[in-house]
Write a protein that binds this ligand. Structure first.
Ligand code: ASP
Length: 408
């Protein structure tokens, strides 16, 4: 059986095992040995090893990728095209979500007394966000895993290496070899992914009873529906129209990354798997993938935008407030920006939702209404987030003539 198949089995088995353990999660032996023991330790080690690879992988791969582009003007074109596609797909995602939220009205007649406490944090302003992309200290950027700063530094480094030409040939070779070694580490780790995914999902489903879903079932289903529509309609359309890529083949190749994204709920932690799949299974050249994948994991969050769209409509309906067409247009713009500002780690989408609600004058405490089901939705929307990164990578590569799917 192929690796993707084994990862999917790990995913299903882990979820079922966790759900079966859930009624016994207070039994001391079950908690001590399984939940806080095997599952917790196994899951944490897997997550740590994925994260361990992210910074060196993004840096080395991006330097090599930029250096391989050779032509500097191409860099600008690839950058602009990627950015345009990321923003457009996100705006489409949020529009779809608002449509679903208005048509299905999940918040109408909702019992407000079920709200949990939620305290909003201040989000940084636009100026700080832009300035924050430029690293004053590359070592600190790497130590903190600040992805945008690492991307800027690596891009500059790769560019300088290209300009240095012959004199940097040795360094380029060494970095190329380093890239191969790190990619090998990713491959090794992916072989452990079925067990890692099993432990992570076993832990989540053992803690998370499905009873929290009941009062929010309509909200949950509306988000799920919008996520599915975006995944199975918008992406296939984009792949077909802009790159003539059949959706079926695309979805077959990304199964493994979908499973990793689902179990980690983190686009960032999924970067090694996404990069490996996009380059080796979908055939995107390293010079494109090394740029589009980390950038996408940081700024392209279609799934998050969908949750924010439905959540806004839900909260407006639950509180009986009408934000009008102007309000909805503001939500499209704000949620697109919010998804850019959402880091690819678990649960951040809910925090940036506060910014969207504030802009249209909806009560931020409304987030307390939906917090109970957010863990599961976070896992699902992360799958959509990384699917978007992979799809845009394919389209950009195709337009540059740098897509060569391996013949199987
Ligand atoms: N967990 C999401 C991601 O990493 C971000 C979010 O929506 O919270 O892609």
């Amino acid at each position: 059986m192929g690796l993707s198949g084994r990862i999917l089995i790990g995913m299903v088995a882990g979820s079922l095992f966790g759900a079966a353990l859930q009624p016994f999660s207070d039994v001391e032996l079950v908690r001590g040995v399984l939940l806080d023991g095997v599952l917790y330790i196994g899951g944490s080690i897997f997550l740590a090893s994925l994260k361990l690879l992210v910074v060196p992988l993004v840096f080395v791969s991006l330097v090599c990728g930029v250096a391989a582009l050779e032509d500097v003007s191409r860099l600008g074109r690839v950058g602009l095209r990627t950015l345009a596609l990321y923003l457009t797909t996100t705006a489409m995602a949020i529009s779809l979500a608002l449509l679903a939220g208005v048509l299905l009205s999940p918040g109408n007649g909702f019992d407000l007394s079920t709200s949990a406490a939620f305290e909003a944090r201040n989000s940084p302003g636009l100026a700080e966000t832009i300035i924050g992309m430029f690293p004053a200290n590359p070592v600190r950027a790497m130590a903190e895993g600040n992805m945008l700063q690492i991307i800027v530094f690596a891009g500059l480094f790769g560019l300088a290496m290209t300009l240095a030409g012959e004199r940097a040939r040795g360094l380029a070779r060494i970095l190329g070899e380093l890239n191969t070694v790190i990619m090998k580490m990713v491959t090794i780790l992916m072989h452990l992914a079925p067990y890692g995914v099993f432990c992570l999902l076993g832990g989540v489903f053992a803690e998370q009873g499905l009873s929290a879903l009941a009062p929010l079932a309509r909200y949950f289903l509306t988000v799920t529906l919008a996520l599915a529509a975006h995944t199975f309609f918008t992406y296939p359309l984009m792949l077909r129209v802009l790159a003539n890529i059949p959706a079926r083949a695309f979805f077959r190749e990304i199964r493994a990354i979908a499973a990793v994204a689902f179990s980690t709920a983190s686009s960032n932690a999924t970067i090694p798997a996404t990069l490996e799949t996009v380059e080796h299974r979908l055939g995107v050249h390293n010079s494109i993938a090394s740029f589009t994948v980390p950038l996408g994991a940081t700024i392209n969050m279609d799934g998050t935008a969908i949750m924010q769209g439905v959540a806004t409509a839900f909260i407006a309906q639950a509180y009986g407030l009408d934000i009008g067409i102007h309000g909805y247009l503001t939500v499209v713009a704000m949620a697109t920006l919010a998804s850019v500002g959402t880091a690819g780690v678990p649960g951040v989408g809910l925090i940036t939702l506060a910014m969207v609600l504030e802009q249209v004058g909806l009560p931020v405490e409304g987030i307390g209404l939906i917090i109970g089901v957010d863990r599961l939705l976070d896992m699902m929307r992360t799958v959509v987030n990384v699917t978007g990164d992979a799809a845009v990578s394919c389209v950009v590569a195709k337009r540059e003539g740098l897509l060569n799917p391996p013949q199987t």
